[in-house]
Design a protein around this ligand. Structure first.
Ligand SMILES: [Mn+2]
Length: 431
């Protein structure tokens, strides 16, 4: 017997992967975990006849000769398949877009980095010219849209968009997708969001603005990820974390959302035993103190920072500086000669001011012989070499400046410009 299965808390990408795999493995039987996420459950409640499946309880797992695993590469995320883990006779095919390694050893796999696992399968369906119905196309497109945030998450690839185009050609129904992808947001979620907003607090960790909210929830609360998502949007921080202690059960759900690609939520959640993508992830913890979890998150962000791009990786050095006694006339000449819009003014390696083209507006011709120290701006906006690019960009926007001196232990060690940060955001970093 051949079986196609996927991860617990089955989402649309997982469900779409199972049923697109069914087209590629027509003899295989779809087996879904008991635990399915609420949107998918609502979809299946109506579409069960069109997408028939079994649960692990309905089948004899011992009869499985080949397991087709989609949208996960970890045994622990499958339901009811534990006994197969040690089965050396078992053939395994793996279709997955998660890039961290799992423990499922496959004899054949397709694990290219894509925004959605469904994309990998739809690409093959298109190559094989397998016919698909508009309803199948709609489900598959829902899978791609869910995992790519309607093709907007940074993990989205051109292949995801191509697969989406193909599915629209196959008459995928967008209104149906919008209906089911609309996440659970009812009075319970609204109350929770309002409660979180009342208790809003922000902190800075390694240059990122972070908000960690600890909240009690009673019993099963679906839609926590959406609530954290909305919360992050409203309080406008680089990353938001919800630590939800489930009353009566000794369980704590941690959900993270990040709006910046250099703060990887997925890797933070993996360190906590959960999982996710760069922009979103979650972990379920047992018997923990929420205060300790908050500290843990902060520590992980500090650690995460070291592996991501820092200002010191992007800055230019050595920095051309001028001395405080340089005349304004000479400064004007140097600005023209070097094609710069400003210079740091330094005594030795200590920065004492900044002069820019803009400052010349207040200088009349008699004052051109005056030293730069009379006109330079001494309220210096500077940045630490360990800060993030997001932090630099924020300072530039806030103060409307195009360059930031990079200062360590009071010494000027480099300069970062608007162009440097843009280059980073548009992935033009030199290899
Ligand atoms: Mn997925």
């Amino acid at each position: 017997m051949e079986v196609i299965t996927t991860h617990r808390n089955t989402d649309f990408d997982a469900l779409a992967s199972v049923f697109s795999a069914k087209l590629l493995y027509p003899r295989a039987m779809p087996v879904l975990p008991q635990n399915i996420n609420p949107n998918v459950r609502a979809f299946l409640a109506i579409h069960k006849d069109l997408f028939p499946f079994n649960t692990p309880k309905d089948i004899d797992v011992g009869d499985i000769s080949r397991l087709i695993v989609v949208d996960t590469n970890k045994w622990a995320r499958l339901d009811g398949m534990e006994s197969l883990k040690e089965n050396t006779e078992l053939g395994v095919h793996l279709w997955d877009h998660h890039q961290e390694r799992g423990d499922i050893k496959a004899d054949w796999s397709c694990c290219d980095p894509m925004g959605a696992t469904t994309t990998l399968l739809v690409r093959r369906i298109e190559e094989e010219k397998t016919a698909i119905s508009p309803i199948q196309a709609s489900l598959f497109l829902a899978g791609i849209y869910e995992d790519t945030g309607n093709l907007t998450f940074p993990s989205t690839t051109a292949q995801d968009a191509k697969a989406a185009a193909f599915l629209l050609e196959q008459k995928a129904d967008l209104s149906m997708i919008n209906n089911f992808l609309r996440p659970v947001y009812g009075p319970k979620q609204k109350d929770l969001l309002f409660e979180m907003l009342k208790n809003t607090k922000r902190t800075k960790v390694k240059g990122y603005s972070i908000s960690v909210i600890k909240q009690k929830v009673d019993g099963h609360t679906p839609g926590l990820a959406l609530v954290v998502d909305m919360y992050q949007d409203i309080v406008n921080v680089d990353a938001a974390f919800g630590i939800f202690k489930v009353a009566k059960k000794d369980r704590t759900m941690v959900i993270g959302r990040s709006g910046t690609s250099d703060l990887n939520i997925g890797s933070i959640m993996r360190s906590m035993g959960g999982g996710g993508h760069p922009n979103a992830g979650s972990a379920m913890l047992k018997a923990v103190n929420p205060d300790a979890v908050e500290k843990w998150i902060v520590e992980l962000i500090k650690g995460n920072q070291q592996t991501s791009v820092q200002i010191s990786d992007l800055m230019s050095f050595p920095v051309f500086t001028i001395s405080p006694d340089t005349s304004m006339k000479d400064v004007a000449h140097l600005l023209r000669q070097r094609g710069c819009s400003g210079f740091p003014v330094a005594e030795g390696d200590r920065i004492v001011g900044v002069i820019s083209r803009r400052d010349f507006k207040k200088v009349n011709s008699e004052q051109l012989n005056a030293p730069v120290k009379t006109f330079m701006c001494t309220a210096i906006i500077k940045i630490d070499p360990g800060s993030s690019v997001a932090q630099a960009a924020r300072l530039m926007i806030k103060h409307d400046i195009g360059r930031l001196p990079v200062v360590k232990d009071d010494k000027l060690i480099g300069i970062i410009t608007r162009t440097d940060t843009m280059r980073y955001y548009y992935d033009l970093l030199p290899e």
